[in-house]
Write a new protein. Structure first.
Length: 319
């Protein structure tokens, strides 16, 4: 009898063109995959792969068997997902933390509260959201992707057998406390000055943006090794001096409100009147930051998750 684990080792090896690369995707050793495929070949009575110094390629019979094995695995995975969905009451979603996502989820839930839906919402870094989606802990992930991370991100998509739907490109943004932003906007209306010319008192004393201290979400992509640049002046920000690291949105908002700390995050998706930006736009390296949806390849998603994804698509289109 054919073993589903053997079939998966074979299919992933064929997809990756290498036992070594397949071992990275499947979190096992190259030797284990090679032995499993060899045992499958003995059971079938023919070779599945041509083995060479540059990797592996399917034989004629191997290519034919691959099609049938792939269909069988897809059917088995579909049955597993259906069983999981029936046994679970929750729609599992994951996202980078942020007020815009939280506000829109709350609005979506309010619109559908009569349906008695159940959700589990996880928030963390893009890399962790990818792992949750890959492992099935989340059906969909809503994340930011940086231009200088594209190579690693594309590799991880292939490695984890995920797909990414880009919804919007955004700039970075340097935020400060709401009171100081309000003061900057008022002064700007009164005098016509740019926000950077009327920074809060702490920044005036420091005279340069790089002297600001920051609060960042723990392990977020925005506090990584990125080259941040003021989009209008071209000034380069030095590596942020992060005074506080947290995984709490509430602490983030309270510290921004009560202390003279700054935060680097994505440009807001909220609409603001002209001249009322909530921060200073930043460029990241040589490209824009992408915001979009992560999902598993060839995997169906629940109807509520699909509706929420469409809800966010429409919100971003209306912006």
């Amino acid at each position: 009898m054919l073993d589903l684990r053997q079939l998966k080792f074979f299919v992933v090896s064929a997809d990756m063109g290498s036992f070594s690369e397949a071992s990275k995707v499947l979190y096992t050793t190259q030797s284990a995959i090679s032995k499993s495929v060899a045992a499958l070949e003995r059971q079938l009575g023919f070779e599945l792969f041509l083995r060479g110094g540059r990797g592996i390629s399917l034989t004629e019979k191997g290519a034919s068997f691959y099609l049938r094995a792939n269909e069988l695995l897809t059917s088995a995975e579909s049955l597993e997902r259906e069983a999981e969905e029936k046994s679970s009451r929750y729609v599992n979603l994951a996202a980078n933390p942020g007020t815009w996502f939280a506000d829109n989820f709350a609005e979506f839930y309010e619109m559908h509260q009569d349906e008695q839906l159940h959700f589990r919402i996880l928030t963390d870094s893009t890399s962790q959201v990818m792992r949750w989606v890959k492992n099935g802990a989340a059906e969909l992930g809503f994340v930011f992707v940086f231009p200088d991370d594209n190579g690693q991100f594309d590799y991880d998509l292939r490695r984890y057998q995920l797909q990414f739907e880009a919804l919007r490109t955004v700039s970075g943004m340097l935020y400060m406390s709401p009171e100081h932003m309000s003061g900057m906007q008022k002064s700007s209306r009164d005098s016509g000055k740019q926000m950077r010319d009327i920074l809060p008192e702490s920044a005036k004393k420091a005279e340069k943006l790089h002297a600001l201290r920051y609060i960042q979400m723990g392990q977020d992509e925005f506090s990584g090794e990125h080259l941040w640049q003021d989009k209008e002046t071209g000034d380069i920000l030095e590596k942020p001096d992060v005074a506080v690291i947290t995984n709490s949105d509430h602490i983030m908002h309270m510290m921004l409100k009560k202390h003279l700390l700054a935060n680097i995050s994505a440009e807001t998706f909220y609409q603001y009147p002209d001249g009322h930006r909530p921060g200073i736009p930043l460029a990241c390296g040589d490209g824009n930051i992408q915001y979009g949806i992560l999902s598993r390849q060839n995997a169906g998603i629940s109807e509520p998750a699909a509706r929420f994804a469409q809800f966010l698509r429409e919100r971003l289109q209306d912006r």
